[in-house]
Design a protein around this ligand. Structure first.
Ligand code: SF4
Length: 424
């Protein structure tokens, strides 16, 4: 197969505003860590951040830091340090990259924002809805900083979400409030919680609307753009600033849709991505797909920050529902139905599964789901074996060859379909 053409996606203008927002977020945390003007809570990315914001904590998300370590290719030095300290190379490479980098006193925040170190927490709050690793990860820092840790220990592999699940999780969220009030030095104001849940609900609606614009042909943004633009939905949901940003981004996406501006010029094929990004190879993978005129139109990952259940009238119950309805928490039959709906909605020609070595929680290929979906939807699938952060698990040559062969298969399928329609 000839070397694919190198075509860079048309840049998204709103990215400048997003960079400023993210810089402000980290600089505010750094100031508070230094002058102790605000209390700082660390939270898992799909944890109950709304409770923390409603109590005036500044909220820091270590997974976001883990992704930054990956994207800046600083992760592997940290992973090796954590491995040497007893954290297995087989466990979450966000955890190992983050803990190891802390041990080495290294952070990408230094180069990006002139911030010397991650902000010291006053309290750590986890939610095991995504995996057990987050609890072990936060427990390391609880010991290191000598600060309290609390969290929600949730169900996993959930089929239909029932009131039993919702009441149990909402109960755990309520139980964490007294400890948080002691750390915050103030009581939780129900009106502030309702306001924060309202803002988070709006953030989810706007982020979903942004991602949904990729259902049009050609798609105005792709998965690789999404991994960058989801930053505010992860670290700032529950704030007016995040919503302002997504209104602007949505406006730009709608303009691109109207004007036919494509994320991938000359889009020929559309694929769905399941699993984690390979943070250190976003540009490389984006270039490979663009060169093959193939758009990754949607992903499980970027959609994971859409929480449709948030309801300010029932803040605890709706947070419990939202954080339990999440894809990663669900059983394989629910996940399979979800991906099938997404493939149809976004008119995807095929599905790529990323088997991320250190995150079995986000690797959905291991129990024959690709085979079932391929049979059910009559679309080809490809599994890429790599990792979210540990680049020792990534083979550039093999990945490129596999994607090229996959796109060739899509091309042959389309040729066969075109011939069938011509002969009708
Ligand atoms: S879900 Fe995966 S990537 Fe995320 S914290 Fe857990 S193990 Fe790490």
């Amino acid at each position: 197969m000839p070397e694919p053409e190198k075509k860079r996606p048309v840049p998204i203008k709103s990215v400048e505003k997003m960079k400023k927002l993210m810089a402000d977020h980290f600089l505010e945390l750094d100031r508070a860590a230094k002058d102790r003007s605000r209390k700082i809570a660390w939270c898992t990315s799909v944890g109950p951040a709304e409770i923390l914001r409603a109590m005036d904590f500044l909220v820091y998300f270590p997974e976001n830091h883990g992704a930054m370590l990956g994207a800046t290719r600083m992760a592997n030095a940290g992973i090796e340090a954590a491995n040497a300290a007893g954290y297995s190379p087989d466990i979450c490479s966000y955890l190992t990259a983050d803990v190891g980098s802390y041990m080495k006193r290294q952070t990408p925040l230094a180069k990006a924002y002139g911030i010397a170190s991650i902000p010291k927490p006053d309290v750590l709050v986890y939610n095991t809805n995504q995996c057990r690793d987050v609890k072990d990860w936060f427990s390391y820092y609880a010991r290191e900083f000598g600060v309290p840790i609390t969290g929600v220990n949730t169900y996993r592999s959930v089929g239909p979400v029932t009131s039993t699940h919702v009441q149990a999780v909402a109960g755990q969220m309520r139980e964490m409030v007294p400890l948080l009030e002691r750390v915050a030095g103030k009581t939780l104001d129900p009106a502030r919680l309702e306001e924060t849940v309202t803002l988070s609900a709006e953030c989810s609606r706007l982020w979903k609307a942004v991602l949904d614009t990729a259902a049009t042909r050609p798609a105005p943004l792709n998965f690789f753009d999404g991994t960058i633009h989801m930053g505010p939905a992860v670290v700032m949901r529950g704030t007016p600033e995040a919503n302002d940003y997504y209104r602007e981004l949505l406006g730009e996406m709608r303009e691109r849709t109207t004007g036919g501006v494509a994320a991938v010029e000359g889009e020929r094929f559309r694929i769905y991505w399941d699993g984690m990004p390979v943070w250190g190879k976003l540009r490389e993978l984006s270039d490979i797909c663009s060169g093959l005129k193939t758009t990754v139109v949607a992903s499980t990952y970027c959609n994971s920050w859409i929480f449709e259940a948030f309801d300010p009238k029932e803040p605890f119950e709706s947070m419990a529902r939202a954080y339990t309805e999440l894809f990663i928490v669900r059983s394989d039959d629910v996940k399979e139905d979800y991906i099938a709906r997404m493939v149809k909605k976004f008119s995807a020609d095929g599905i790529v599964f990323h088997d991320s070595k250190t995150c079995p929680n986000n690797a959905n290929n291991r129990y024959a789901m690709p085979q079932r979906l391929s049979e059910r939807l009559k679309v080809p699938t490809l599994t890429i074996f790599a990792d979210l952060n540990d680049l020792r698990c990534y083979s550039a040559e093999q990945t490129r060859t596999n994607i090229e062969a996959f796109v060739e298969q899509l091309s042959q399928n389309r040729g066969a379909t075109d011939k069938r329609s011509l002969s009708v």
